[in-house]
Design a binder for this molecule. Structure first.
Ligand code: ATP
Ligand code: MG
Length: 309
């Protein structure tokens, strides 16, 4: 299918007093229409930095210091460069093209406004032709799709459980039929059972509505279950990119293997977990070679001297 978002030689830097933190380096990536792309990596590997740059959620001190991200609208209007979209273009595209679900629903939902108004506001802001009744009806359908009874539209977000808030936010992210939903650890705040339930609802909705997803998590085995393609990040760079099968069956990089054994699939018998020993690299003092080499059980002299990505 045609491309939806294309990142070329993308560099993202945090400009801080301590120095310029290279949190994303030389990212080349194409997200296709309707694709589920997983992004995995330990804490501080640059997952959120990348997602924010792709979704135009980036805030200072982060800057796009190199390369670009191009969005190809599905209405076949002209491609737009994400980082140079005007506020007005962004407002137009937010929810209708580029939508998102973050880790903390409460940071995105307004706790003191009833769900119904939050849905109808978003729907009618982007399509003033829609009547309040129709917007409300659509909101109810969306809630039902994530397993929340439509009458809960009358509730305030704070009256819902954490899992329900998260599901309500997923429903809201779909209110204007977006082309892509960016999800940054959308299920981290809920328990494992709820997590499974939410994931299967997301997959169900995706199959039905056809939007693309960029799904960020440190849990690689979860991504193996839901993604078409998976990116493995370390120290702000792509370590490996492949289909879920490729990553599962022949993920070659020792870091990928380390991540896999840190988060074994739920279907496997319970065993002792081994995290990856050591800590993520200091981005202000990255080694010359592979950033993972200092922690890698299989590092050779070449790994210390040369970087492949
Ligand atoms: P996590 O799994 O913990 O959410 P992540 O993979 O999303 O981690 P990022 O939040 O993208 O990681 O951070 C990547 C790097 O950028 C880290 O080294 C982090 O310290 C640095 N960083 C993030 N935000 C800022 C900021 N506002 N100022 C300076 N450095 C930052
Ligand atoms: Mg993050």
């Amino acid at each position: 299918s045609p491309p939806l978002l294309v990142a070329e030689n993308l560099d993202v830097t945090y400009v801080t007093e301590a120095g310029e933190v290279p949190a994303c380096r030389n990212v080349n990536l194409t997200l296709h229409r309707g694709e589920i792309l997983g992004v995995a990596g330990e804490s501080a590997s640059g997952k959120s930095t990348l997602l924010n740059a792709l979704a135009r959620l980036q805030r200072p001190p982060a800057i796009t210091s190199g390369g670009k991200v191009t969005f190809y609208p599905t209405d076949d209007s002209d491609p737009m460069e994400i980082s140079s979209m005007s506020e007005e273009e962004l407002r137009e595209r937010r929810w209708t093209s580029l939508s998102f679900v973050m880790q903390s629903a409460m940071a995105c939902l307004n706790p003191v406004i009833r769900l119904e108004s939050q849905f109808t506001d978003v729907i009618r802001e982007h399509d003033p032709e829609v009547s309040k009744e129709d917007a409300s009806k659509k909101a109810g359908e969306l809630l039902e799709m994530v397993g929340i009874p439509a009458h809960r539209l009358k509730a305030f977000p704070f009256q819902l459980s954490g899992g329900m808030q998260q599901r309500a936010l997923i429903a809201l992210s779909l209110a204007c039929d977006p082309d892509v939903v960016f999800m940054d650890e959308p299920t981290t705040a809920v328990d494992v059972i709820m997590q499974r339930q939410i994931l299967s609802q997301i997959l169900h909705l995706q199959a039905r509505l056809g939007f693309a997803i960029v799904f960020v998590t440190h849990d690689l085995s979860l991504l193996l279950e839901i993604s078409d393609r998976i990116v493995i990040m370390y120290g702000g760079r792509f370590v490996e990119v492949g289909s879920a099968e490729q990553i599962y069956e022949s993920g070659l990089h020792p870091y990928t293997r380390g991540l896999r054994s840190s988060f074994p699939p739920l279907s496997e018998p319970v065993r002792k977990l081994h995290g990856i020993p050591g800590t993520p690299p200091d981005l202000l003092g990255l080694p010359v070679g592979c950033a993972f080499a200092p922690r890698c059980p299989r590092a050779t002299q070449l790994c210390l001297e040369e970087r492949r990505n």
